[in-house]
Design a protein around this ligand. Structure first.
Ligand SMILES: CC(C)(COP(=O)(O)OP(=O)(O)OC[C@H]1O[C@@H](n2cnc3c(N)ncnc32)[C@H](O)[C@@H]1OP(=O)(O)O)[C@@H](O)C(=O)NCCC(=O)NCCS
Length: 249
């Protein structure tokens, strides 16, 4: 999937999941434009970040989210009201059937948007600094650990990040956060193998084979995946650029 400049007008057919990719460092100058779009509680949250970079990243990521969702709903971004489920997943109010999720890592933010379809997205910067073997030993299912252990050493890091992002995208789509034990469901992770949910010990809101996982190629040094309900959807990718954001209604 390529990330193209977004068309105007923007339409989202019910059988599509749209992925937006934003390089936050290139959009930094838009912070003063985006800040007033945030609600009071979002601005208060931004001010509670200890580090400036986290403060700025939150404003950018949340401001972009508002602009994008506003475009789909044909509403001014500042009019959107978010609610949060018990584990903190932001949602639009229950009358709005637009589903979304976002993830950020380092300077990259990704957004998934779909009509009436639970979606979850995760991006991680691939970093050698992480002690991935102990993370896998702690959080991966036995089946995933066995697959990882059998990979050639030069494929293990990619395999680990495939597993991590696919697991987290699914958890984020379900919206129950880490209340669901990570080692009690398994995804495919071998490089080159399609992303799939292999088994789950707990009851999902939908049956196992109603979920689809897909990898996203979002740039050198990152791994990313999206999870969504259903088999009947396809991905479209759009790049967030300053022009899209400046066209704010
Ligand atoms: C939400 C969570 C699941 C992911 O967090 P993360 O990887 O740190 O962060 P991401 O950038 O991918 O996602 C954060 C965004 O997801 C959304 N989010 C928050 N809670 C969520 C939830 N329960 N479900 C779905 N989305 C959620 C928010 O929009 C949040 O962005 P914001 O804080 O700017 O509003 C978090 O609860 C967490 O604890 N993650 C760590 C999981 C872990 O150890 N994974 C190992 C996998 S093997």
């Amino acid at each position: 999937m390529e990330f193209c400049p977004s068309p105007a007008p923007l339409t989202l057919p019910i059988d599509e999941v749209h992925i937006w990719r934003a390089e936050l460092q290139t959009l930094h100058s838009l912070i003063p434009t985006l800040l007033p779009l945030l609600s009071e509680d979002e601005q208060a949250r931004a001010n509670r970040f200890y580090f400036r970079k986290d403060h700025d990243r939150f404003i950018l990521a949340r401001g972009i989210l508002r602009v994008l969702l506003g475009r789909y709903l044909d509403l001014p971004p500042q009019q959107l009201q978010f609610q949060y489920n018990p584990t903190g997943k932001p949602l639009l109010n229950s009358q709005t059937q637009l589903c979304f999720n976002l993830s950020h890592s380092h300077q990259l933010a990704l957004y998934a948007v779909a009509w009436n379809r639970d979606v979850g997205i995760d991006v991680e910067q691939i970093s050698l600094e992480r002690d991935y073997e102990s993370i896998a030993a702690r959080f991966f299912a036995p089946q995933e650990q066995a697959t990882l252990n059998q990979l050639n050493p030069d494929l293990k890091l990619q395999g680990f990040f495939n597993g991590w992002t696919r697991k987290e995208a699914l958890l984020k789509a379900i919206g129950k956060g880490l209340t669901l034990p990570l080692d009690q469901f398994a995804v495919s992770l071998s490089p080159g193998e399609p992303a799939r949910l292999l088994q789950a010990a707990w009851n999902l809101p939908q049956s196992l084979d109603e979920w689809t996982l897909q990898d996203l190629q979002v740039g050198e040094g990152y791994a990313a995946a999206v999870a969504a309900v259903g088999k009947d959807w396809q991905l479209r990718g759009w790049q967030v650029d300053a022009e899209v954001l400046m066209a704010i209604g």
